[in-house]
Design a protein around this ligand. Structure first.
Ligand SMILES: [Fe+2]
Ligand SMILES: [Fe+2]
Length: 288
């Protein structure tokens, strides 16, 4: 993958945000909270620029504690591993926030961001109703499931504009348009490459790499299958935001494998537009 022409162009663009290698190790530790060594984790977190400030700022801003959080250790002890992991994923999101660094001119990254928020919400609702996976974890993963698209927006905006135009004006499926413009690869391979570059845990890499193809591997995790369905539900909402009447059909096989009914999907799809607006307005992503 390193030698693929598009990956070379992404690296040569000089626009990709840099992230310390320790960051992936911290995420790995937080995914197995029973086994991690708190002091080692805090030591690694402390090396990541801005993360300490982000954590402390978020806590002092959003909580009504009667004490002020001053150190990273205070923050991690207060939050616990699960919430620290969520904030750490929010930190990646911050680095790649669409309206922060995106450079595409035709592709609208703010509307696309609503697709990411919608995928998070739909995956959370699916997890909540079915108990198939951790709903908080899947919510945070939804925000970064299409990280490959954001990499294109930041590093190769002209390519993304071409893909977007082929999709909206010629009705070509996004994945097909990507393969044409990106010499055979798609945003999922770009996302997986980024996970390797940044040392992002395999659990997240699998979601980023397989959310369009949950059947490539028979051992696909429930998280990937839930994300696949959530992405579909949210993609239909995104189509309408773009003014298109075209909608996608859900895979019966995934619904069967997850024991999810069409009624549940319709219920989530009905609630999604209002929830996307509510969350998008409630979370100050600029602040994170
Ligand atoms: Fe995707
Ligand atoms: Fe998506």
């Amino acid at each position: 993958m390193q030698n693929h022409i598009i990956i070379k162009q992404i690296k040569e663009s000089g626009y990709l945000p840099q992230i310390p290698k320790d960051f992936g190790e911290v995420l790995n530790m937080l995914l197995e909270p029973c086994e991690f060594n708190m002091d080692e984790c805090i030591e690694k977190l402390s090396k990541i620029p801005e993360l300490e400030t982000t954590l402390i700022q978020v806590l002092n801003h959003t909580s009504r504690l009667n004490r002020v959080i001053v150190t990273l250790k205070d923050a991690v002890l207060y939050l616990g591993a699960k919430n620290t992991r969520m904030i750490a994923v929010a930190y990646i999101t911050k680095l790649l926030l669409p309206n922060k660094s995106g450079r595409a001119k035709i592709f609208n990254n703010k509307t696309y961001w609503k697709h990411c928020v919608g995928t998070s919400i739909a995956s959370y609702m699916l997890a909540d109703k079915t108990g198939l996976c951790d709903k908080d974890k899947i919510f945070t993963y939804g925000l970064i499931h299409d990280i490959g698209v954001t990499v294109l927006d930041i590093c190769l905006p002209d390519h993304l504009d071409r893909i977007y135009t082929m999709k909206t004006e010629q009705g070509i499926h996004q994945i097909v348009a990507e393969k044409i413009v990106l010499s055979g690869i798609t945003h999922t391979e770009i996302g997986m490459w980024l996970c390797d570059e940044w040392g992002i845990p395999d659990e997240i890499k699998e979601i980023i790499g397989c959310h369009h193809y949950p059947f490539v591997n028979t051992n696909t995790s429930n998280e990937v299958r839930v994300m696949y369905l959530a992405d579909f539900i949210s993609a239909n909402h995104y189509q309408r935001l773009l003014g298109s009447k075209k909608s996608f059909n859900y895979s019966d096989r995934v619904m069967e494998l997850l024991n999810v009914s069409k009624d549940l999907i319709d219920e989530i799809a009905g609630k999604l537009p209002g929830e996307v607006e509510r969350i998008n307005n409630a979370i100050d992503f600029e602040f994170l």
